[in-house]
Design a protein around this ligand. Structure first.
Ligand code: 5GP
Length: 190
């Protein structure tokens, strides 16, 4: 069986990655499987353990990382995030195209290990719009919102590390562009 692609999607928090992903993640033609990350951050309302993330303690995370169980890992706004290696390998070997929704440092590590990864960065139409979106959905204190905005501004200077940059001005359009990118890579890979 043909091994699946490894697809990385990044973008500043609040850019609407989740909303764009929802538009195409269940498209049967794309044969996608979402990689559930491990994190030490607190669960947000509506999130489910094992669906959005595996929620673990810092000790559990550090143990997994030090045992080589993570494809990549990074610290983001005081919490650890990482991609479990075993499930990514298993899914790719089953022919699924595995989608990682991770931040920039994680993508850098993935690119070193898997240079053929299809990396896509989603940008907001403007910084003002990004701030509006972050505040609109915020369940977090002002200090954290400020940290996320500062991190977003820094992250946006890193778009050059990605193979593709897609603007999320219109959700459906952004999702369609990503669909085309994935389909093209599926063809290239055959
Ligand atoms: P959030 O706390 O908003 O769910 O995620 C914060 C940031 O962590 C987002 O940019 C998200 O893409 C990133 N992230 C989620 N999972 C992982 C992961 O496994 N590895 C890395 N490096 N970043 C992740």
């Amino acid at each position: 069986m043909k091994r699946g692609l490894l697809i990385v999607i990044s973008g500043p928090s609040g850019v609407g990655k989740g909303t764009v992903l929802k538009e195409f993640i269940n498209d049967p033609e794309l044969k996608l499987a979402y990689s559930v990350s491990m994190t030490t951050r607190a669960m947000r309302p509506g999130e489910v353990d094992g669906v959005n993330y595996y929620y673990v303690t810092r000790e559990e995370f550090e143990r997994a990382r030090d045992n080589g169980e993570l494809l990549e890992s990074a610290e983001f706004v005081g919490n650890y995030y990482g991609t479990p290696l075993k499930s990514v390998e298993k899914l790719r070997n089953e022919g699924k195209n595995v989608l990682l929704e991770i931040e920039v440092e994680g993508c850098r590590q993935v690119c070193e290990k898997v240079p053929e990864a299809v990396t896509i960065y989603i940008v907001p139409p403007s910084m003002e719009e990004l701030e509006r979106r972050i505040r609109g959905r915020s369940t977090e204190p002002e200090e954290i919102v400020q940290q996320r905005l500062a991190k977003a501004a820094r992250e946006l200077t890193m778009v050059g590390h990605y193979k593709y940059v897609v603007c999320n001005d219109d959700v459906k359009l952004a999702a369609d562009i990503i669909r085309v990118i994935i389909k093209r890579h599926m063809e290239l890979d055959t």
